[in-house]
Design a protein around this ligand. Structure first.
Ligand SMILES: NC(=O)c1ccc[n+]([C@@H]2O[C@H](COP(=O)([O-])OP(=O)(O)OC[C@H]3O[C@@H](n4cnc5c(N)ncnc54)[C@H](OP(=O)(O)O)[C@@H]3O)[C@@H](O)[C@H]2O)c1
Length: 332
């Protein structure tokens, strides 16, 4: 079978496509023929050795796949050959086939496409955990989403809207903001590409404050970090929650006088660790998300598709900050 391999650390141009032996499903595992694998920001970090988790080389990037069960390992119950499933992986999804634990597979609804399946749980699962468990979102609350045109960002926008929040989308281009508004944001803020000096951060703080109005934002979902974090935190409401999700723009250092002055919480979100520590809670979250999908209230926005041979271009599209929503690598 074909697979995309990171054999040396570096950018997407270091990836190679190789023929390797098809893996065999062991006890409790299934072999999945991958139809789609989404690109996630950690793919770019992982191949460059810049992610917290470093797989042994050579390895294939790819954290979320959707495909068809092709073989069952010993002792697998509850799944059958031919089932359509979504699977989250530590890495390895950009391959024609993957072996995954059977209990890590989520059956796909009949009406869900493979590209939607591969773009669903990593982003919407994180957004749900962020907004519901960590943010305690309630209908009518105001929610600012940073990086609102990215994979995480558009998931937070559509889910926030579905849960009754009034969403303001912030992103680095009008096209990204427009897409977020098309998916349910009430208003948008276009911020500069950065880096920002002191004056730039002040100006951005004023922009966020004017978008927030007198009361400030009840929730801020920060998928970006960097120079955007402090200006955003300045626009939070008294008692608000600032959700720390990711740092593509760099890890920010926040002045701790701000949480004091705002009486607000700065809250960490780490979906993978949550799902491991509370598997039943996570299963309930995924069920709630699939119900919202079935009701037509949420869906991934897939803007670009690449064949497996061009997986490097797919990752490059994300790391160059050009992508809107999800980019997907497809097989067959
Ligand atoms: N905490 C968790 O459990 C969890 C789970 C999933 C993902 N994440 C993290 O969430 C973040 C977003 O992931 P994603 O998959 O949604 O990524 P994505 O689709 O690439 O979106 C990231 C967004 O970050 C912004 N950005 C700012 N500076 C950037 C830069 N130098 N390079 C690239 N993008 C930049 C871009 O928006 P603008 O151009 O509009 O600024 C881009 O749309 C990542 O840091 C990821 O690791 C965390």
């Amino acid at each position: 079978m074909k697979t995309v391999l990171s054999e040396t650390a570096g950018g997407p141009e270091t990836l190679v496509v190789r023929e390797v032996d098809t893996p065999v499903a062991g006890p409790g595992q299934v072999l999945v023929a991958v139809r789609a694998c989404s690109v996630n920001y950690p793919d770019a970090l992982m191949i460059a050795d810049r992610y917290q988790f470093k797989p042994p080389r050579p390895f294939a990037p790819g954290l979320e796949v959707a495909g068809v069960v092709e073989a069952l390992g010993e002792g697998v119950a509850g799944l059958a050959v031919g089932d359509r499933v979504i699977a989250l992986l530590s890495y390895g999804g950009m391959s024609e086939k993957v072996v995954v634990p059977a209990d890590g597979c989520t059956p796909m609804p009949a009406n869900m496409s493979f590209e939607h399946g591969a773009s669903f749980i990593a982003t919407f699962g994180t957004a749900y955990h962020a907004l519901v468990q960590r943010g305690g979102v309630r209908p009518g609350q105001s929610l600012l989403v940073l990086g609102a045109g990215g994979g995480m960002g558009l998931a937070a926008v559509t889910l926030g809207k579905a849960l009754g929040a009034r969403v303001v989308a912030a992103a680095s281009s009008q096209a990204k903001v427009d897409q977020a508004i098309a998916l349910g944001a009430e208003a948008g803020v276009v911020y500069p590409g950065g880096p920002l000096d002191t004056e730039g951060r002040k100006a951005l703080g004023a922009l966020f404050k004017s978008a927030a109005g007198e009361a400030g934002f009840d929730l801020i979902c920060d998928n970006v970090g960097g120079d955007y974090a402090e200006p955003a935190l300045r626009s939070i409401a008294w008692g608000g929650r600032y959700l720390v999700v990711g740092f593509p723009a760099g890890i920010p250092a926040l002045p701790l006088n701000l949480p004091l002055l705002k009486g607000c919480d700065v809250v960490g979100v780490l979906y993978g660790a949550y799902a491991q520590r509370d598997p039943e809670g996570n299963r309930q979250n995924v069920r709630a998300l699939l119900d919202l999908y079935a009701a037509g209230k949420i869906a991934p926005h897939v803007s670009a598709r690449y064949p497996l041979e061009a997986a490097a271009d797919a990752i490059a599209e994300l790391s160059s900050r050009r992508a809107i929503g999800k980019v997907v690598v497809t097989n067959g």
